[in-house]
Ligand binder design. Structure first.
Ligand SMILES: NC(=O)c1ccc[n+]([C@@H]2O[C@H](COP(=O)([O-])OP(=O)(O)OC[C@H]3O[C@@H](n4cnc5c(N)ncnc54)[C@H](OP(=O)(O)O)[C@@H]3O)[C@@H](O)[C@H]2O)c1
Length: 392
C-alpha cells in the first residue's frame, strides 16, 4: 500500500535491517527507509523477533530470495506501535491500537514488514495486542506456527475450528471427534501448537511422534499416544496401535496426518508406510531432501507429486502446506491475529513455546548466531528468540 503520511517526529528516516546478500554468505546489515503507515497500517518499533527454519531455507537454499538483491529477513515481530495510519473503513477494526501499545505478529508478504529490522510497516490486521499475561519475548514465539497450525488444520486437512468457541465448549461431530490424527514432529514449534489447537477444539484421538524426552509434555498438551521417531519400526508401532486393519472397510486407519517436519527421509518415508487410501497428509513445505549444514548445500522440493513418487498407496492425498496463503481466508485475515491468537493466549488455552534466547552483542551477531543454531539443528522443543532494537 502506498504511503502518504510523513514520519512522526523522533522516528529515524532510515533504520538497520538484517539482509541476505547472497546464498550461504554471511548476513549483512543494510540501511533501509522507514515507511510511514498508509491506510490501515501500523509502524512498529521492533524489539524482538524469532527464527524459523525458513530463515535457513532462504539463507542457504536461496528459497524466496531474489538473486543479486539484498533481501531483508524475518517473519515474526514484537514491539511497540510507533505510528498509526488512518483506519481502513473496509475492514473490521476492533483492536483500537494506540501509539505505544505492545504488539506482536506474523508478517511475511514483503520486506517492509519483515521482522529483522528495527522498524517495520504492516497492516493492522497482521498484529495482535500483547495480552497482559505475556512478555513480548514470549509472544513473539507464537504467531508464525500457531497460524501455521490453524491454516494446515482447516485448509489442508479440512477439519473445522469454529470461532468463537461457545462458552459451553465445542466438539466436532462424534463421527470426526475420535478419528485418528497423527502429528509427526509434535515437538517442533508447528506440532506443539497443532496439538494444543486440536485439544481445545475437541479432537480427542491425536497421536504425537517426537523424541521420547518430549512425551510427558506432549501428553499434557493433549496427545492420546506418543511414539519415538528414532525407533526403526515406529511406523509399524503406530499402525498396530491404530484400529485393526480391515475393521472398517475402505477407511484408512489414520485418516488425518500432519507432517510438521517435511523431511523426505526423516518423516515422509515412514509416512509412506502409514498413510493408506483415503488418508490426507498435509506436509510443511519445503520438503527437505538434504538438510543444510556447515559444509553441505541443502536440497528442497516444492512439488508434492515428486516426493517419493511411486512409494505411496494409491488414493493417499498429499497436500503441501503453504501458510503464506492464509490471508486468502478473509475470516482469518480479519480475526486470526487481531482476535483469535491474543484471546487464546490470554485465556491460557495456548501456551507459548519454551524460549531459547539467542545472545549477541549486535543485531547482526544475534541474527547470525540464530542462523548457525538452525544450521546445527539445535532447537529441540523450543523457539529461538532474539532482541532486534537494543533500545526500548
Ligand atoms: N510451509 C509452511 O507453511 C510452513 C510453516 C511453518 C513451518 N514450516 C516448516 O516446517 C518445518 C518445521 O518448522 P518448525 O519451526 O516447527 O521447526 P522446529 O521447531 O525448529 O523443529 C525442531 C524439531 O523438529 C523435530 N524433528 C526433527 N526431525 C524430526 C523427525 N524426523 N521426526 C520428528 N520430529 C523431528 C525435533 O524433534 P525432537 O526434539 O523430538 O528431536 C525438534 O524438536 C520447517 O522446515 C519449516 O520451514 C513450513
Amino acid at each position: 500500500m502506498a504511503t502518504t503520511a510523513s514520519l512522526p517526529a523522533g522516528i529515524p528516516e532510515t533504520h538497520p535491517a538484517v539482509a541476505i546478500v547472497a546464498v550461504r554468505k554471511p548476513l549483512q546489515i543494510i540501511s533501509v527507509p522507514t515507511e510511514a503507515p498508509g491506510v490501515g497500517e501500523v509502524l512498529v518499533h521492533v524489539l524482538w523477533t524469532s527464527s524459523t527454519p525458513l530463515d535457513l531455507h532462504k539463507a542457504d537454499g536461496g528459497l524466496l530470495v531474489t538473486p543479486g538483491k539484498p533481501t531483508v529477513q524475518g517473519g515474526s515481530l514484537a514491539g511497540t506501535v510507533a505510528a498509526l495510519g488512518p483506519e481502513d473503513p473496509t475492514l473490521p477494526d476492533r483492536r483500537q491500537l494506540q501509539v505505544g501499545d505492545k504488539v506482536f505478529g506474523f508478517a511475511h508478504r514483503s520486506e517492509r514488514e519483515a521482522g529483522f529490522q528495527t522498524y517495520l510497516t504492516t497492516s493492522a490486521y497482521m498484529l495482535s495486542k500483547l495480552p497482559p499475561n505475556l512478555t513480548l519475548s514470549q509472544a513473539v514465539a507464537v504467531p508464525t506456527n500457531l497460524i501455521t497450525a490453524f491454516h494446515a488444520i482447516t485448509n489442508d486437512l479440512g477439519l473445522a475450528l469454529p470461532w468463537p468457541v461457545p462458552a459451553t465448549g465445542w466438539s466436532p461431530p462424534p463421527s470426526v471427534a475420535d478419528k485418528p490424527i497423527l502429528v509427526w514432529g509434535a515437538a517442533s514449534s508447528v506440532g506443539f501448537y497443532a496439538l494444543q489447537v486440536f485439544r481445545h477444539w475437541g479432537y480427542r484421538n491425536v497421536t504425537a511422534v517426537a523424541s521420547a524426552k518430549h512425551h510427558a509434555e506432549l501428553t499434557k498438551l493433549g496427545a492420546a499416544a506418543c511414539f519415538d521417531y528414532h525407533s526403526p519400526d515406529v511406523a509399524e508401532q503406530i499402525l498396530a496401535a491404530a484400529s485393526p486393519e480391515g475393521s472398517a472397510a475402505a477407511e484408512p486407519r489414520i485418516p488425518f496426518i500432519l507432517d510438521c517436519i517435511g523431511s523426505r527421509d526423516g518423516s515422509l518415508r515412514p509416512l509412506t508406510k502409514i498413510a493408506e487410501r483415503g488418508s490426507k497428509v498435509a506436509v510443511m513445505l519445503p520438503v527437505i531432501d538434504v538438510h543444510a549444514s556447515a559444509d553441505v548445500l541443502p536440497e528442497y522440493e516444492m512439488d508434492m507429486s515428486r516426493v517419493l513418487a511411486g512409494e505411496w498407496d494409491e488414493g493417499v492425498e498429499l497436500i503441501g502446506t503453504r501458510t503464506h496463503n492464509f490471508l486468502n481466508n478473509t475470516f482469518f485475515r480479519d480475526y486470526l491475529q487481531t482476535e483469535i491468537v491474543p484471546t487464546l493466549l490470554e485465556q491460557g488455552v495456548i501456551q507459548p513455546n519454551r524460549l531459547r534466547i539467542v545472545e549477541g552483542k549486535t543485531l547482526l551477531e544475534r541474527a547470525q548466531n540464530a542462523l548457525g543454531l538452525l544450521r546445527e539443528r539445535a532447537p529441540s522443543g523450543e523457539k529461538l528468540v532474539w532482541r532486534v532494537a537494543d533500545e526500548e
